[in-house]
Design a protein around this ligand. Structure first.
Ligand SMILES: [Ca+2]
Length: 534
């Protein structure tokens, strides 16, 4: 076996992590010839792997070619899925940018992250992140595009963004007025050039797309057809919505194009084989009943993982996995000890097996949650909610059902003030009898409990919580969720759950909502009493 580079992982650790499956993966990788030049001999595998995370901003499952969506072209994602493992049931713990990214970085759920469990707040320095743990163990760590954001890490006592050192120097002329000018792949080249010799790297490609705004009509102007996509049943099927969904897909394609360029860069510098590549999205699409909800389009995200030197490819895995599993996976792959404060469990055993389908029987449920998103209600209140998603059902507990789920009318600013034609159409026509049903399911108030049969009702349209035939199941999922939350120390299960409402918000404040609206300040009304208080 040829070897090169530094060998920081012991042979024992390597064998434990990879097993005989590694060889099978290498052979399959070399046999796959769809990407040009022959890959280099991966038998130098005792080096610590590079860790490469590509994270889109607001892309739902199943909006990628590998999942069967013919209306979006994602050749780079699809290639990773073919050469690695495609996860069918991957979930972000919170359907929001910064809490979801904080969970990914720490391996903890949002109710275990204090301020960082809410959108655009602080990221307390006491929470270890995998990037810094790898950096302390000799990794070269950096990011391009969108890191942990939005939020304030400086005021929380951190010296740099939790995603690593910034590489955002290069810009290009983007194909639309609303796509970021960040030249992600040129910045990745910068990062690779800055790497000391024989040093493994950990890179975060945080694409700004397909987050809103979109240049309206850009998808059609780029040659995409709005006629082939399927419109979710909770939106009216009309030209406005189809155009919006087409513009969204164009931005997914921009993400994929840069991903493809970075894979070629990895290949040309000889690092493709020994890089653990993870491609996903921080939360679902920025549309009604998707982002900032715990329904399938909000919390279920694409996930494909490739590590040519170790992972047998060409597999589809149905286990339910969460972002909190990624940090433990990265640490184990790098040969670092597991961190007891991380709640997630490493996926490495699944990845290095040669199994498909449901691989680990214990992975049959994930828990999800959400606290405040944007400034969208009086007193800057959130819409706290928790959920458990099993292989068959989704149970959602809305903790404050008296509040408006997507923000107070008339603005419903949970989805910010950005241009959102689908939202604007539904709100403008909400009294129209043909549109009312869509308003009811996207913006109206929700009951305290929701229960959906995902196999029969993947769009989560038929709430079974009040159905007597499902009463036993409802009670079972309710108590199971509560037990997990209590075990994980969720403040919402205790006396001072409203502490989440006190956390500062550093995003834009919306005028006219009333009550507390101080940007970046704690709301004293919801701070729990100090221990010394009577
Ligand atoms: Ca996002």
């Amino acid at each position: 076996m040829k070897r090169k580079g530094s060998y920081s992982v012991s042979r024992r650790q390597f064998l434990a992590a990879a097993g005989v499956a590694a060889l099978a993966g290498s052979v399959r990788g070399l046999a796959d010839t769809d990407s040009g030049p022959e890959l280099r001999d991966p038998s130098d595998g005792l080096r610590r792997p590079n860790i490469f995370l590509a994270i889109a901003d607001d892309q739902s499952w199943p909006h990628a070619g590998a999942y069967g969506d013919d209306a979006v072209r994602t050749p780079a994602f699809d290639r990773i899925a073919r050469r690695g493992v495609l996860f069918n049931h991957a979930f972000c713990p919170a359907s929001q940018c910064s809490p979801s990214r904080a969970s990914l970085l720490t391996g903890r759920n949002i109710w275990q992250l204090e301020e960082a469990g809410t959108q655009a707040s602080l990221f307390p320095a006491k929470f270890d992140v995998y990037t810094e743990l790898l950096e302390r163990h000799g990794y070269h760590v950096g990011y391009t595009g969108k890191p942990w954001a939005p939020g304030n890490w400086r005021q929380a006592g951190r010296k740099k963004n939790p995603a690593g050192t910034e590489y955002n120097r290069h810009h290009l002329k983007p194909p639309t007025s609303q796509i970021s000018p960040c030249d992600y792949s040129a910045n990745f080249a910068d990062f690779l050039q800055a790497r000391p010799p024989d040093t493994p790297f950990c890179f975060w490609f945080g694409c700004h797309e397909p987050h809103r705004d979109y240049e309206q009509g850009s998808g059609v102007r780029a040659g995409k057809s709005p006629d082939t996509l399927s419109v979710p049943p909770y939106y009216p099927d009309n030209d406005i919505v189809r155009e919006d969904l087409t513009d969204y897909r164009l931005e997914i394609e921009w993400f994929d194009r840069h991903l493809g360029q970075m894979l070629r860069q990895l290949q040309s510098c000889g690092e493709l084989d020994n890089t653990l590549i993870v491609v996903t999205s921080d939360n679902g699409m920025p549309f009604p009943r998707a982002k900032a909800t715990l329904y399938e389009t909000g919390a279920r995200v694409p996930l494909a993982v490739q590590w040519q030197a170790r992972i047998p490819g060409g597999r589809v895995v149905n286990d339910l996995v969460s972002f909190i599993d990624l940090a433990p996976t990265f640490l184990e792959a790098a040969g670092l000890p597991s961190q007891p404060e991380m709640t997630g469990r490493s996926l490495l055993a699944i990845l290095t097996s040669d199994a498909s389908g449901w691989v680990d029987p214990s992975r049959e449920a994930v828990v999800l949650g959400k606290e405040r998103h944007n400034h969208a209600r009086a007193d800057n209140l959130g819409y706290p909610t928790r959920a458990i998603r099993t292989s068959k059902h989704l149970y959602i507990h809305n903790l404050k059902p008296d509040r408006w789920p997507m923000g107070d009318p008339p603005g419903y600013y949970c989805h910010t003030r950005m241009t959102n034609p689908t939202k604007e159409f539904i709100l403008a026509k909400q009294r129209d009898p043909d549109v009312r049903q869509f308003y009811e399911i996207t913006y109206a108030k929700r009951p305290a409990e929701e229960l959906y049969d995902i196999e029969l009702d993947p769009d989560c349209l038929h709430n079974l919580a009040a159905d007597p035939d499902h009463a036993a199941l409802l009670a079972q999922l309710r108590s199971r969720l509560e037990a997990i939350l209590k075990e994980q120390g969720d403040p919402r299960m205790g006396e001072y759950g409203d502490i989440f409402e006190s956390y500062p918000y550093f995003g834009g404040m919306n005028p006219g909502l009333g009550g507390f609206a101080e940007r970046g300040q704690y709301n004293p009304q919801f701070r729990p009493p100090r221990r010394s208080d009577p």
